[in-house]
Write a protein that binds this ligand. Structure first.
Ligand SMILES: Cc1cc2nc3c(=O)[nH]c(=O)nc-3n(C[C@H](O)[C@H](O)[C@H](O)COP(=O)(O)OP(=O)(O)OC[C@H]3O[C@@H](n4cnc5c(N)ncnc54)[C@H](O)[C@@H]3O)c2cc1C
Length: 431
């Protein structure tokens, strides 16, 4: 089949890779001049989500305060955003949290295998490192983290739950003051450069043939007929605007993997996804004192702020802002940006004092789509020729290889190799 993929982030390129592996011809349309320029660019490097990474469960937005657990919540009285927070609240209980994570687990395992396969097959080097340390400040947060630790045991994920003293023994740069409750260490936890991986995967596809990249082109609309699917491309030059002709690429199916733009593209076809946008921030700061830089990637587990070394810089990412739905396309008010960046600066001073020159940091912001039930939206979207692969929330990095494979199987009309209950839970129309 000829399949059009909209979006050249990790989700789109991983989907193209899996579609090609399934024998299809693919055209990826990306509005930027190259791939990995959206949310994929801002990643904090954590390749596979543990129960401590997911953005639902007992520690996530648990009390709905204005600024809770690292999320600045400015939903006002806006109906949609408040409904989203309320639905998240339904997953605070340990039982609901465990049930949702259990549905996600087969996808994580599939993605892990697919990443290892791609890496080995094409000898990919994308700055892979091992060593992740999740830290928890207060004893109340430590108590709320216990269901996540129970899941790590249940799914036999190798880890070490440690006291504060044990954490300091493995990461001597951690400050003893103020005191903290403890942490969880993953020696096999993967950190890597996601945009570099995406670019390498594109290079593999360029060399193999069968996947065409139309970069610098924006899809303005999707056309669906009973036997064909097509995308309309936005005009690039002012003189084109005078022409009535619209450039169209036709195929047998369209997969929308357009990150935060996915809901807008699908809305024209009456498809409403159960996703909500969150603004996220990063600070990329030059290393100040080499000897203060943590050896591990540090994650403030309750605030969901990650501190990762990337070459000569430290990337501090998190600082989520939850807005009213009608504000998502507007620039963030300056005061909110400052609040979000302050959270990141604070985390850096808390966990890696002296390591980075925050005053010289470059700030970046991006949007990620989150579902209230913590799962991405993957599969057929209201028409037999229209598919979606989006809404990976905090975990698009490697999950996208697994969701890409699922979409490729669905486009091919094959039975997915994930458990039916997981496939069902990922359905874009789950409401
Ligand atoms: C600060 C931050 C830190 C993160 N950290 C991690 C992490 O450590 N681990 C992890 O797994 N995940 C992390 N994530 C989440 C992860 O980055 C996302 O889940 C993932 O990148 C989403 O990929 P995507 O391809 O769906 O979206 P994107 O990367 O946003 O890609 C969508 C692409 O579609 C293109 N596009 C949109 N509309 C159109 C159109 N009409 N026509 C043509 N092209 C279009 C865009 O230009 C873009 O390139 C983080 C996210 C952020 C913001």
């Amino acid at each position: 089949m000829d399949v059009i993929v909209i979006g050249g982030g990790i989700a789109g390129v991983a989907t193209a890779y899996q579609l090609r592996a399934a024998g299809h011809r693919v055209c990826v349309v990306e509005r930027h001049a190259t791939v990995a320029q959206g949310a994929t660019y801002g990643h904090s490097g954590i390749a596979l989500p543990t129960p401590l990474d997911v953005w639902f469960g007992p520690t996530f937005l648990r009390d709905g305060r204005q600024s809770s657990g690292g999320v600045i919540c400015k939903t006002g009285f806006g109906g949609q955003a408040r409904a989203f927070v309320k639905r998240l609240g339904a997953l605070h209980g340990a039982a609901a949290f465990e049930a949702r994570y259990a549905l996600l687990r087969p996808l994580i395992e599939s993605a892990e295998n697919l990443l290892a396969d791609a890496e080995g097959r094409f000898q990919l080097e994308y700055e892979q490192r091992e060593g992740l340390l999740y830290l928890v400040r207060g004893s109340d947060e430590w108590a709320l983290t216990q269901p996540a630790l129970e899941l790590l045991r249940r799914f036999e994920v190798p880890h070490h739950a440690m006291s504060a003293a044990e954490c300091s023994a493995v990461e001597p740069n951690l400050p003893a003051d103020p005191p903290f409750a403890g942490g969880v260490r993953f020696t096999a936890g993967r950190v890597a450069n996601c945009p570099l991986f995406v670019k390498q995967l594109k290079q593999v596809l360029d060399a193999q043939g069968g996947v065409q990249f139309q970069t610098g082109r924006e899809v303005s609309a999707i056309r669906l007929e009973s036997g064909r699917a097509a995308v309309e491309l936005a005009r690039r030059l002012p003189e084109e605007a005078r022409s009535r002709d619209v450039e169209v690429i036709s195929g047998d199916a369209v997969v929308v993997a357009a990150g935060a733009q996915t809901p807008r593209l699908l809305a024209a076809h009456g498809v409403k996804l159960p996703l909500y946008p969150l603004r996220l921030h990063t600070l990329n700061a030059p290393v100040a004192h080499e000897e203060c830089v943590p050896q591990y990637t540090i994650v403030d587990a309750a605030k969901r702020i990650a501190i990762t070394r990337m070459n000569h810089r430290l990337r501090i990412s998190g600082g989520a802002v939850l807005l009213r739905a009608n504000q998502v396309d507007e620039p963030l008010p300056e005061a909110l940006t400052e609040d979000a960046l302050a959270l990141l600066g604070e985390a850096s001073r808390d966990w890696a004092p002296g390591a980075a020159r925050i005053s010289a940091a470059l700030a970046w912001e991006g949007m990620k789509l989150l579902s209230a039930d913590g799962l991405p939206t993957v599969g057929s979207a209201g028409h037999p020729r229209l598919f979606v692969n989006a809404g990976h929330g905090p975990a698009g990095w490697a999950l996208a290889l697994g969701t890409g494979r699922l979409v490729a199987q669905q486009v091919s009309g094959e039975l997915p190799d994930l458990p039916p209950e997981t496939v069902e839970a990922l359905r874009p129309d789950r409401g």
